[in-house]
Design a protein around this ligand. Sequence first.
Ligand code: SAM
Length: 388
Amino acid sequence: MELPQPDSAAQQHSAAVCAHILTEAQGHTLAFEQFMQWALYAPNLGYYSAGLKKFGSQGDFVTAPELSPLFGQCLANVCAETLPQLSQGCVLEFGAGSGRLALDVLQHLEKQHQLFPDYYILELSADLRARQQALFKEQAPEYLPQLHWLDSLPSTPLNAVVLANEVLDAMPVQRFVIDGEQLQALTAHWQGQRFEWQMQAPSERLSEAFKDKQAQLDSPLPNGYSSEINLNIKPWLQALSKSLNQARVLLIDYGQDQYNYYHPQRHRGTLMCHYRHYAHEDPFFYPGLQDITADVDFSAVAQAAKQTGFDLVGYNPQAEFLLGSGLPILLDQALAKQDYPDFLHTSQHAKQLILPQAMGERFKVMALSKGLNTSAPLGFAEDKRYML
Ligand SMILES: C[S@@+](CC[C@H](N)C(=O)[O-])C[C@H]1O[C@@H](n2cnc3c(N)ncnc32)[C@H](O)[C@@H]1O
């Protein structure tokens, strides 16, 4: 696929990202997980840390909150159901992007439910934090006293509804290939001009994780099969669990259960890059200028959640979740306004959120609980935990 070429300033930025990776790696070959970490998050340089426009039609990809406020309004309904069960309950959002989701949630909580919770945002990127603050200053300065930006998880446990939309897919993954029936790590190797894939003996950490995963699958992964394992989600859940007293957590992302994730037909894995609305498979295309993601293995997330003190209380495709958490009522309300051009616009976006060939099936929503009753939250009256 012919990708659009970046201009010379952008190319220079990418060269600086490569130089940073090589200096930090102290060599020409590094684990892919480490490459992805620096390409996305190297301070002031990585894709999420530097000032590139990432979200929306001018950026590289569009997320559900950027598409329509309906998404945040449904999440707000789950917040409204849970917050009264929490003592001094707040909302904690990870990786808040442009700040759109936070704004939609707070506006809907105020208008529909008369709730004004404190809203914490844990944002790794200084640039995105500044954009989120600018959005609120411009569009809803009255919420600023409720908003708190965090650099790390709080040491005093919170009672919170936790939201993480498209955060897990942005965590660095390990990449592997089965070569001659042996597990090999796929590493990033600097060829002088650009990085390329190179096979290496796997680390003990990858070997152990792979052995565990293979034992849970029906048959051995075939020769030539390559895929990913995310070893960062469990430590993240562990740290999150420690910082929560009572909580409901909603994880929304693209991905599937492990049988589909490691299906023999998915033999090239799930790694995907996004550059100016082109989706492609080359993570070494101009490091720092593009998003790099991998699907989420929700079976692994469920196991890690149970091991770190959470109850798994729901798992559904995004369509089922949204239809069960208020989307039909929101559409009825939009229709009742009798502004038909506006309604057409709203319903087109609703379709993108729920149609199977758009985001409805590919995205899943997982609900976890801690220190609360384990009844199903809104959106999970019937759910698909049995798939995991
Ligand atoms: C694809 S963007 C999604 C942004 C936003 N949630 C949305 O839906 O538009 C991924 C975000 O996850 C954030 N992220 C990844 N790992 C994180 C972590 N461990 N803690 C907090 N944020 C993280 C990134 O910084 C980035 O802002």
